[in-house]
Structure formats: structure tokens, C-alpha cells
Ligand binder design. Structure first.
Ligand SMILES: Nc1ncnc2c1ncn2[C@@H]1O[C@H](COP(=O)(O)OP(=O)(O)O)[C@@H](O)[C@H]1O
Ligand SMILES: [Mg+2]
Length: 212
């Protein structure tokens, strides 16, 4: 019997075709790495390819240990800052050793990468992101604060809704990052809130999830 066309348009087939795209980028990175000047950028490309494969589920997911998920998200945003020639960000972490998150590391990497990326994109000069995690009343609370300009006050109440953005880009796909963040946090029965810092410039996002 003839298979329906839909079976060829599954997530699996998307992984297959994107793997070909990744293969090309990996080959190009290999070429670049032969030249000392381009070696660091080649490494950036390879890490980005691995990130893409992780997101697609094409390589195995890892255990969601908060410190290593944060490290991967930091690396991804530092790669963005280098490639997009954005000012460098300094990351300051206060994370109790061995803290675990519920569910999948790949989901949480998306959460933190989106939050860090927003802060990096809005920064006009080198900035700082503070990540603080603590256990409180059966919950794990993680706050991410930056020293940028803060969230426009008229946006605060709706910033997690889809398509809310102050950015314009050619693809017209702005305003999804924080919606992805809140959808993933909700998936793990958690809550996320956005505010501006009280005693300094900048935004603060607070995530709270049931502790494992
Ligand atoms: N750390 C931050 N500081 C200031 N504004 C922010 C920050 N994070 C998000 N925002 C605001 O929230 C909007 C929505 O963010 P997001 O959902 O990630 O979509 P996008 O980044 O595509 O605009 C941004 O356009 C920006 O105006
Ligand atoms: Mg964003």
C-alpha cells in the first residue's frame, strides 16, 4: 500500500534535512579551523550546530543539573555576542551545588538562553547578568537580573504573551522568546514573573518550580 504523503513530513524528516544543513556548516567550520585566525569562530559554529541538534532531539538530552544547563545557555549567548559583535556580558552565578531541575535539560536550556539573549540584545555596552538560585518552602527559585535599561513599563503586564516585542526583524518572528519561557516553566508546574529592579537599572525575571 502506498504511504500517505504526511509520513514524509514528520519531525523525523525535518531532523534528516536539518542534519544536512548542519553537515554543511560543520564542514565549513572544519575548513575555517585550519586557519589560526578563524579557529575560535569555527568552534562557535560547531557549538551552535550541537545546540541545534540538541534542540531537535537529534542527540541525546542530558540530566537537568542547573549549573550545567546554565553553563550551556551562557555559552550560547556568549557565542551570539561574539558572532553578532555585541558587547560582552559578564555572568555572575550563585547556584547551590547539585541543584537539579525537573524534566529535560534541553527545555531548560531554551528558558535560560532566551532570558540571557534578551538581556544581551538590549545592552548597548558591556553588561552583567546575575543568576541566583535558592530553595525556599519546597520550591526552587531562580532569579535572573541584568543591568540594562529595564522592560518598558507598558509592556510589563503582557510581556509573556506571544508577539509582544519592541524589536523589528526581517523574519517578522519577534516576540516569541518569553512566551516559550513561560510555556516551558508552566509545563513543569512552575511560575515565572517579570519586573524591573527596584534599587538599580535593569530587569529581573523570577522562576519558581516545585523542588525535586
Ligand atoms: N532583559 C530585558 N530587558 C529589557 N527588556 C526586555 C528584556 N527581556 C525582554 N524584554 C522586552 O520584552 C520583549 C519581548 O521579548 P521576547 O518575548 O523574548 O521577544 P523578542 O526578543 O523577539 O522581542 C522584548 O522585545 C523587550 O522589549
Ligand atoms: Mg527574545
Amino acid at each position: 500500500m502506498e504511504e500517505s504523503l504526511d509520513t514524509d513530513l514528520t519531525h523525523e524528516s525535518l531532523i534528516h534535512d536539518l542534519n544536512n544543513v548542519f553537515e554543511t556548516i560543520t564542514e565549513a567550520a572544519e575548513l575555517l579551523s585550519g586557519d589560526r585566525r578563524w579557529k575560535p569562530l569555527a568552534a562557535t559554529l560547531c557549538r551552535s550546530v550541537n545546540r541545534g541538534k540538541r534542540l531537535l532531539g537529534a542527540i541525546p538530552d542530558s540530566t537537568p543539573i542547573l549549573a550545567s544547563v546554565i553553563d550551556d545557555a551562557i555559552q550560547s549567548v556568549m557565542d551570539y555576542c561574539i558572532a553578532a559583535r555585541k558587547p560582552r556580558m559578564r555572568f555572575v552565578r550563585q547556584i547551590p551545588t547539585g541543584t537539579r531541575l525537573p524534566g529535560s535539560a534541553k527545555d531548560w536550556e531554551r528558558v535560560f538562553a532566551n532570558l540571557f539573549l534578551n538581556a544581551a540584545q538590549i545592552m548597548q555596552k558591556p553588561g552583567r547578568i546575575d543568576i541566583m538560585a535558592q530553595h525556599m518552602n519546597g520550591s526552587l527559585t531562580i532569579s535572573i537580573s541584568d543591568n540594562g535599561p529595564g522592560i518598558p513599563p507598558d509592556l510589563l503586564a503582557r510581556v509573556f504573551r506571544p508577539n509582544v516585542s519592541t524589536k523589528t526583524n526581517n523574519s517578522g518572528r519577534s516576540g516569541l522568546g518569553l512566551h516559550i519561557v513561560s510555556s516551558i516553566v508552566k509545563k513543569y508546574s512552575g511560575r515565572v514573573s517579570a519586573a524591573n529592579r527596584e534599587r538599580a537599572n535593569g530587569a529581573v525575571f523570577t522562576i519558581s518550580v516545585p523542588a525535586n
